[in-house]
Design a protein around this ligand. Structure first.
Ligand code: NAP
Length: 338
């Protein structure tokens, strides 16, 4: 039977990128199949608006057979492997689990694709954390991988096993080396969202703020606790990055690309923009606590996305300030509705 719609399979569909990618592909006319972990939680706010528009399958990157069964059932044209234990900070407390999901999970996905149909195009969500503590301040596709946390090391494995399947089996398998990208859908494990939600809680005087990653109230006595305020990142907008992800699978040749903004801002800059948007001085509300420091810090590096610009025709659009203000505005609206 002839298929009239392209089919895409997205692991991690309820995550930040998965939900934006699902919307993007639906707009392009794809049939979208998304993988969810079967858990007791039914909190899937990122994709609740897509109910009925995407097909949901349950499975886990730890479980090869469910992955193969879903791929065999839906015969996707494109597979986007976005699922991962995706929080670098948590990878020190869960190094083995991180390796099982974020590293070996990629091999399970590649094997499942290869056994059903090696012509299926495959995208692996690689990360700038692969560069780790290398000294280079601008990283490109040619920069050596010097990952220095369990998450980054797992992502190196995922990237290289993807390349290995491409070179060994001739598969269209690519890794997108994405620098940090944020949005109102970013989880509260990440500093941008902690800050924007913290600002909204403080501004609105919320009595019971959400919990942070160590199970404490995000804001206590008007104070927001963070880690290293001098850490710098290249931060882009997730909604723009999913277009680059899709473009990588539309090329004639499978290649890896760096996706970034080639700008750097510190956590202090982030706090300054977020608090001043609501007329507050960040220094009155932010404290740095050692519980939130990473055992090793990655180098403050920007991403050189010139290859993606030249070959994919992709470049970032919104500024860092616009992105953070959008996130604060959305958190203010969310809390005002509570
Ligand atoms: P995210 O919001 O944390 O989403 C990750 C998704 O993976 C979640 O939906 C999670 O499901 C799912 N997942 C976790 N463990 C799983 C398992 N064992 N089996 C199946 N699904 C599992 O992450 P994101 O920001 O969208 O990032 C997407 C991908 O890009 C990740 O691989 C991340 O490591 C990578 N990446 C992200 C960035 C960034 O700045 N955002 C940068 C570079 C690379 P639950 O909802 O059930 O937890």
């Amino acid at each position: 039977m002839m298929k009239n719609k392209k089919v895409a399979f997205i692991t991690g569909v309820a995550g930040q990128d998965g939900s934006y990618l699902a919307e993007f592909l639906l707009n392009k006319g794809y049939k979208v199949v998304g993988l969810l972990r079967r858990t007791t939680s039914i909190h899937r706010s990122n994709i609740s608006h897509l109910a009925g528009k995407i097909s949901i399958e349950f499975g886990d990157l730890l479980d090869y057979h469910t992955l193969e069964a879903v791929i065999r059932k839906h015969r996707p044209d494109e597979v986007y492997n976005l699922a991962a234990q995706s929080v670098p900070a948590d990878s020190w407390t869960h190094p083995i689990y991180t390796g099982e999901v974020t590293a070996l999970g990629v091999t399970r996905m590649l094997e499942a694709v290869r056994s059903v149909d090696p012509k299926i195009r495959f995208y692996q969500a690689s990360s700038r954390e692969v560069f780790g503590g290398g000294a280079t301040t601008v990283c490109s596709e040619e920069t050596p991988f010097l990952a220095n946390n369990p998450y980054g090391v797992a992502k190196v494995y995922g990237h290289l096993i993807t390349r290995t399947y491409r070179e060994s089996y001739g598969m269209f398998a690519v890794g997108g080396i994405l620098f940090n990208h944020e949005s109102p859908r970013r989880s509260l494990h990440f500093v941008t969202r902690k800050v924007t939600m913290g600002v909204a809680c403080i501004k609105l005087g919320i009595k019971h703020p959400p919990l942070n990653e160590i199970g404490e109230a995000l804001v206590q006595d008007g104070k927001l606790s963070l880690g290293n305020l001098d850490a710098k990142r290249d931060w882009g907008y997730a909604k723009e990055y999913v277009e680059a992800i899709w473009l990588m699978l539309q090329q004639t040749k499978p290649r890896d690309y760096v996706i970034a903004t080639n700008t750097l801002f510190s956590i202090r800059d982030l706090c300054k923009v977020a608090f001043s948007y609501v007329g507050l001085n960040w220094e009155d509300h932010v404290i740095s606590k050692k519980e939130f420091l990473r055992p090793t810090e990655i180098t403050a590096s920007r991403g050189d996305y010139s290859k993606a610009k030249k070959e994919l025709g992709w470049q970032p659009k919104i500024s860092f300030q616009e992105l953070i203000e959008l996130m604060v505005e959305t958190d203010l609206k969310r809390l005002s509705r509570r």
